[in-house]
Ligand binder design. Structure first.
Ligand code: PLP
Length: 389
């Protein structure tokens, strides 16, 4: 059968994730040190795992409300108010999702009509552009640069706004650059959103993982922004819970209601065992989270210093667990660099081009990896770069 005629055109048109392609190369190789996958190397803290086990043990294995357990939504509401300073009603303004991944997808589908434009900053998380395309909308990337620490400037956003713009998507700290947004820049972007009557989706998945002295600001907390923001957050990164597949969206009731309609037909609800574990994470997970963060902080400082010593110019990212060194002086494309580094030195990093055209010339190295492995990886990278020059 000719399946090319059977697959929907917008699905056929989107590329597979560059990360996935690259990691197929990694599989089957021994002794590879991976600075590749964006996943904590910590096992989920024991008390959180135990809460999932108790859920099974007590036979709490059913569907939940489509929105998620009310007890979890109450915990989320308290946590979000404490951390971000924005209050959401747990009864109607919080939706528990299958990871932030699902929340991004259903938020876009709930908001967009064919041909609507979505502005986002690039290099960015691999799902943004495909998710926009799958919602039949138009991705409008705004390039961020090393010179500005990959921060997003309001004037660049202003230049990208057209009469078709409906949504601005933000992600600070950013995957893959670790960039953070200053309050000033967020205020400038908020002003534009208000002037042009736009919705802002803010993916806060790395917001606990900041290493500078500034406290994290979400655009949703700025004056006039609560009513036009969708705050997306989850448990994968800060609480080392990737496999639990749990996230949430906070937004005004009509937006949550629209997202919930898609969620109830596509997912029904998030797994109850994960929801019970998430309550434990929010109520009693802070100490473990801070310990993991302190360890990432140390690893970041070491990795940035070593990469700069090796001659790969690397800005100091304020958050997340990625560094994004500049490999352009080596003359190799990001894919060539990453492929040869893997083949010749058994170190896996992700080619910057996987995060959009503006990521070309860079490499994403994830430091959520054991300190000794990071040390060995930098020795190998140093040897590789020396051979190139
Ligand atoms: N958003 C960003 C910026 C990410 O980096 C990731 C995962 O790497 C996700 C969302 C997906 O997270 P989740 O595991 O909650 O689906």
């Amino acid at each position: 059968m000719d399946y090319s005629e059977k697959i929907a055109r917008n699905v056929a048109a989107i590329p597979r994730s560059g990360i996935r392609d690259f990691f197929e190369l990694v599989q089957g190789r021994d002794d590879v040190i991976s600075l590749g996958v964006g996943e904590p190397d910590f096992v989920t803290p024991w008390n959180i795992r135990e809460a999932a086990i108790y859920s099974l043990e007590k036979g709490h294995t059913t569907y939940t409300s489509n929105l998620g357990l009310l007890s979890l939504r109450k915990s989320i509401s308290r946590y979000v108010e404490g951390f971000f300073g924005v209050r959401y009603d747990p009864a109607a303004e919080v939706l528990v999702t299958v990871g932030v991944s699902e929340a991004i997808d259903i938020a876009l589908r709930a908001l967009l009509n064919p041909g609507d434009e979505v502005i986002y900053h690039e290099p960015c998380y691999v799902s943004y552009s495909p998710s926009i395309l799958l919602a039949h909308a138009v991705p409008v990337p705004v390039v961020t640069t090393k010179q500005h620490g990959f921060s997003l400037k309001p004037d660049a956003v202003a230049a990208a706004i057209t009469p078709r713009t409906r949504v601005i998507m933000l992600n600070f700290p950013t995957n893959p650059t670790g960039a953070c947004a200053s309050r000033d820049d967020l205020e400038g972007i908020a002003k534009l959103a208000i002037e042009h009557d736009l919705i802002v989706m803010t993916d806060e998945i790395y917001s606990e993982l900041r290493y500078d002295d500034e406290s994290h600001v979400s655009i949703a907390s700025l004056p006039g922004m609560r009513e036009r923001s969708i705050l997306l957050h989850g448990f994968s990164k800060a609480f080392a819970m990737t496999g639990f597949r749990l996230g949430y969206a906070c937004a005004p009731q009509p937006v949550i209601e629209a997202m919930m309609k898609i969620h109830q037909y596509a997912m029904l609800c998030a797994p109850i065992m994960s929801q019970n574990a998430a309550i434990e994470a929010l109520e009693n997970g802070r100490a473990a989270m801070l310990e993991m963060r302190a360890s990432y902080h140390q690893r970041r400082d070491f990795l940035v210093r070593r990469l700069n010593e090796i001659g790969l110019d690397c800005h100091m990212p304020g958050g997340a667990f990625y560094v994004f060194p500049d490999i352009r002086p080596t003359g190799l494309s990001s894919k060539e660099f990453a492929t040869r580094l893997l083949q010749e030195e058994n170190v896996a990093c992700v080619p910057g081009g996987a995060f959009g055209a503006s990521g070309e010339g860079f490499l994403r190295c994830c430091y959520a990896t054991a300190f000794e492995d990071i040390r060995t990886a930098t020795e190998r990278i140093g040897r590789f770069v020396n051979r190139l020059s």
